[in-house]
Design a protein around this ligand. Sequence first.
Ligand code: AMP
Ligand code: FE
Ligand code: FE
Ligand code: ZN
Length: 280
Amino acid sequence: MIDLHTHSEYSDGTDQPGELVAKAAAAGLSAVALTDHDTFDGLGEAYAAGAAAGVQVVGGLELSAEYLGASVHLLGYGPNPGDPALGAELAKLRASRTRRIPATLERLAALGMPISAAAWSQSVGDSPSPGRPHVADAMILEGYVATRDEAFHDYLDTAADAYVPRYYTPLLTAIDLIRGAGGVAVIAHPWSRDSLAVLSPEVLADLAAHGLDGIEADHHDHPPEFRARLRALAADLGLLATGSSDYHGLGKQNHELGSCVTEPEVFAEIMNRVESRNYE
Ligand code: AMP
Ligand code: FE
Ligand code: FE
Ligand code: ZN
């Protein structure tokens, strides 16, 4: 089994990379990609754990992009973490993530929910890529909400009172940056709530022509009919169709490792492209 979309505590997952890879081995995965939001920092630990546990670890990330103002997540497999252009863009994304936190906490305080420095530091840990899930965890620690879901629904979703926007990379630029760094570009959960309205079949055709490699068809955000339509669309457009759990440890319910998987043939093609692009 092959699972190509997971998060560690370097972004908004709750496992250390080594822990995550050990669990992947225990779950019977032969390959797992670590795809933290906007950072490569967990990869070293993940590779070491993969070598120890006999699991193939694919280095990747999930880049925060936007298309026509809607949030779109772009998975990159195998890009060179030392690529200067990609590195500069990731630094810009993380700076914007960091800048928005004090403004978010001010809004929560104004709503009668102050977050102590201790709760914030416990929830964000050493993550270089702070996000709303960390804010949600701090709210849980303070006893204001019971779950991340409740925090998002009541306070943190884009239409809610404590939402503060941040910078997202334009999607075409994001594809160029992943490809430019020798990586394979796959849109994560293309028909989840945020991106469903903008990623029409026509737009996906344009993106395929622009160099997009694939789309994640099997994902917990997609009902069965979306998965089938995305697979058919991928076949039409010459895109790869993947499946992945989007595992976040305790941060997301029902996203267990291996709960959605990518076929071995599709994975082999992804790794072929990674190899050939890194020799270009
Ligand atoms: P951010 O990138 O900080 O704006 O936060 C977006 C992240 O929050 C996404 O990567 C999701 O993984 C996570 N997320 C969004 N909605 C929820 C939810 N209802 N429960 C838990 N996590 C969520
Ligand atoms: Fe996440
Ligand atoms: Fe995502
Ligand atoms: Zn994800």
